[in-house]
Ligand binder design. Structure first.
Ligand code: TMP
Length: 254
């Protein structure tokens, strides 16, 4: 196979040029970071599991009419995606208090929120992804008012659906982060769900015991990180064919 050109390397993923114009290949690494890169580590097999988990969730969302950038999974660590113009926002949806919300507002972790809360963060590593209001977003032109209406509607629909999907396998969806992109088709633009949905960017707690099954195990040095990601995949019914034996996957091509 011809070597592909690498376009971008992020903390957990690499983007390569796709086989056709308008497509990219998204490669999932085992690298894990927390605190905007302050803490670094490897979660063995994470890339393989996140590739599968994100594929599964994006396909289920597509089935209920949520537009996504996902085309198909190519192999253990790679998926084909549509190339989109990423909106520079992290959209966080919260159902239960945890993480930065608990810290900032003094609400104990685990408190069910009176209703789902949406927050926006400006994607900018050098500024540490600051929280912003819709006023900043529209004033600085990162997204229009119409875009924000679509983003809110999509985020709440995704939350409703994923909350039910995870509850069905005994998991509480505490909070998660979404990214959206603009997909141009001739003169028409539509917003689609981009990036990934995985235990890297969701808080997932066992519905009975509240045991953490996500990246907080890495962020907070709780141990059994790999096992937690595997358990999420197992409950979703999607452990990779090769089980744990091929978790290292293929080497990245430069
Ligand atoms: P927070 O409580 O640290 O603000 O995180 C809220 C959710 O968003 C949590 O599920 C983790 C996810 N998240 C990311 O995926 N990337 C990030 O950079 C941050 C800050 C949070």
């Amino acid at each position: 196979m011809a070597r592909r050109r690498q376009l971008y390397e992020g903390k957990a993923k690499i983007l390569f040029e796709g086989p056709e114009p308008g497509t990219l290949v998204q490669y999932f690494k085992d690298d894990a970071t927390a605190g905007n890169g302050a803490k670094k580590g490897i979660i063995t097999g994470k890339g393989v599991l996140n590739n599968r988990i994100s594929e599964h969730l994006m396909l289920r969302l597509h089935e209920i009419g949520v537009p996504t950038h996902f085309v198909r999974r190519l192999n253990m660590r790679e998926q084909l995606i549509r190339e989109v113009e990423i909106i520079p926002l992290e959209v966080v949806v919260r159902n239960v208090a945890a993480g930065s919300l608990s810290k900032r507002l003094g609400i104990p972790e685990g408190t069910r929120l009176p209703r789902s809360i949406l927050e926006y963060y400006y994607k900018n590593d050098s500024l540490n992804d600051p929280m912003v209001a819709e006023e900043h977003i529209t004033a600085f032109g990162w997204a229009s008012t119409a875009d924000m209406d679509d983003i809110v509607a999509l985020a709440l629909r995704i939350n409703d659906f994923l909350t039910g999907l995870f509850l069905g396998v005994g998991i509480t969806l505490v909070d998660f982060k979404l990214e959206f992109g603009r997909l141009w088709e001739n003169e028409d633009m539509r917003l689609v769900l981009a990036d990934e949905i995985s235990p890297d960017n969701c808080r997932l707690w066992d519905a009975k015991t509240s045991e953490k099954m996500d990246k907080d195990r890495f962020r907070r040095d709780m141990g059994r990180v790999e096992e937690a990601y595997q358990e999420v995949a197992r409950r979703l019914g999607i452990l990779p064919e090769a089980g744990n034996s091929d978790m290292k996957g293929p080497e990245v091509m430069q």
